[in-house]
Design a protein around this ligand. Structure first.
Ligand SMILES: [Zn+2]
Length: 68
């Protein structure tokens, strides 16, 4: 009886860790794939940069934006 319980919990643990590691790596890949985008916090221009920098209009530091 006890043995069966241990086997079941081990199976469940394995299943949970496999599922969580799978979904974890999936989201990681997604984040790595999505390019970082930066835009002026005041949005003076529609201009979006793929790297940090300064706004050409107000010279403020560009803010990182999320597309999702
Ligand atoms: Zn600006």
């Amino acid at each position: 009886m006890k043995k069966a319980f241990f086997i079941t919990s081990f199976c469940l643990l394995g299943l949970v860790s496999i599922t969580s590691s799978c979904s974890g790596s999936k989201t990681e890949n997604k984040e790595q794939k999505a390019a970082e985008q930066y835009q002026c916090p005041m949005k003076c221009t529609e201009e979006i940069s793929d790297k940090p920098g300064k706004c050409s209009v107000c010279e403020m530091d560009l803010e990182k934006i999320n597309n999702s």
